[in-house]
Design a protein around this ligand. Structure first.
Ligand SMILES: Cc1ncc(COP(=O)(O)O)c(C=O)c1O
Length: 414
């Protein structure tokens, strides 16, 4: 049994495919916002499992509920009913204000589900020509990793040598309702979008985009499909990021935090006139809606119903934003904040996102670059004001060091 970080890293690099480029830290345990590595060093986790850990690591309420369920019943498959799934479906329908839900496991599966449902709705309800349904997507999107989903990605790294790709996904500029309107034709069944582009670098659409898109979709009889896998469930300061403009999409896609960071749980939610197109045998998943997932998901929903986490995201996000603003011009060239979620653009001449994250790691803070010189900060919503200040201090310190190194190297030049 290996013990040191170096040994674990070597094993991972040797025996696992290199589909990630992790920071060199090997984590062993976690509680709240903090994780501990195999050498006993503690780190403030400001990535929070790409927002799957909105409630922090090993939240006692979620662990207790999962443990209880683990000892009782974990998997039935939906060939049978189980006593956790019905209540979960009811509670998630209530949280989203929709008639019904369809459970899956990962975010990508839920996106695939929304694509299938939208296409079926298009053929069976809207009456688009057979085999021609199209779904409008956005530049800079991230919806997951399946072959169909990467078919409409604009990220070369995610798509290279994975073709042939799935047709039927025209793409337009993110946040541009006029461009969407121009792309609509007789084949359009839906617009698939992220209310905030998380993987893109916490890219915020212009104010009014969600409202205008809602109106357009209604007017042109197309489904508004909001991928809230990362933006939903408190992260953006509201239960759903669409709430900010008082907008309800036709289909919500949820994942990540729905499983409380304990277990993969995803789902889509929609009204019966849309989800009613799904019939026995036409879609499914061995694990989707299993009793363990349903128990954890239901506890997450109960926690969100209290509104405290959404409120925390707003309060802590304002503090994070105020602190980040003081760094603009000091190595930071741009910030975007929504709830407790920030995209930080660094001066690429000073340091890359990866270098900043390495600097943060040395200072006991975990974060991840999205691409190039942009990093994303998403601490768990259970963070305290002091923990946000620890993050800000570590950022300031790392930037100060990069700036003084830069100044020294300029002085050294003849
Ligand atoms: C908006 C969005 N949709 C879908 C996904 C895919 O989720 P998963 O990795 O669970 O398949 C992600 C993951 O980052 C995401 O951010």
């Amino acid at each position: 049994m290996p013990h040191s970080s170096a040994e674990h890293i070597e094993l991972t690099e040797r025996y696992a495919a290199h589909n990630y480029h992790p920071l060199p830290v090997v984590l062993e345990s976690g509680e709240g916002c903090w994780v501990t590595d195999v050498e006993g060093r503690r780190y403030l986790d400001c990535l929070a499992g790409y927002s799957a850990l909105n409630f922090g690591h090993c939240h006692p309420r979620l662990v207790a509920r999962a443990t209880e369920q683990l000892q009782k019943l974990t998997l039935t498959s939906r060939a049978f009913y189980n006593d956790e799934f019905g209540p979960f479906a009811r509670d998630l329908a209530a949280l989203t204000g929709k008639d019904m839900v369809l459970p899956m496991n990962t975010g990508a599966e839920a996106v695939e589900t929304a694509i299938k449902v939208s296409r079926r709705w298009g053929y069976q309800v809207k009456g688009v020509p057979a085999g021609r349904a199209s779904i409008i997507t956005m530049d800079g999107n991230f919806h997951g990793r399946t072959t169909t989903i990467v078919s409409f990605s604009t990220d070369h790294v995610a798509t290279a040598d994975y073709g042939p790709f799935t047709p039927g996904f025209p793409r337009v500029k993110y946040g541009d309702v006029d461009a969407i309107a121009n792309a609509v034709d007789e084949t359009t069944v839906a617009v698939l979008f992220e209310p905030v582009q998380g993987e893109g670098g916490v890219i915020l659409p212009p104010d009014g985009f969600l409202r205008d898109l809602r109106a357009l979709c209604r007017e042109r009889d197309i489904l508004m499909v909001a991928d809230e896998v990362q933006s939903g469930l408190g992260r953006a300061g509201t239960t759903f990021a669409c709430d900010r403009e008082g907008v309800t999409p036709d289909i919500y896609i949820l994942g990540k935090a729905l499983g409380g960071g304990l277990y993969p749980v995803s789902a889509i939610a929609a009204d019966a006139d849309i989800l009613g197109v799904i019939t026995p045998g036409s879609h499914g998943s061995t694990f989707g809606g299993n009793p363990l997932a349903a128990a954890v998901g239901r506890e997450v929903i109960a926690m969100l119903e209290e509104g405290e986490y959404q409120q925390r995201a707003q309060v802590l996000g304002a503090r994070l934003e105020a602190g980040l603003r003081t760094m603009v011009g000091q190595g930071v060239v741009g910030i975007r904040v929504r709830g407790l979620w920030a995209g930080v653009d660094l001066d690429p001449g000073l340091l890359s996102g990866r270098e900043l994250c390495e600097g943060l790691l040395e200072r006991g803070v975990l974060a991840k670059d999205t691409h190039g010189s942009t990093i994303r900060l998403a601490p768990p919503l259970v963070a305290t004001e002091e923990e946000i200040d620890i993050l800000l201090d570590a950022l300031r310190d790392t930037l100060d060091e990069a700036q003084s190194q830069e100044a020294q190297s300029q002085q050294a030049q003849p």
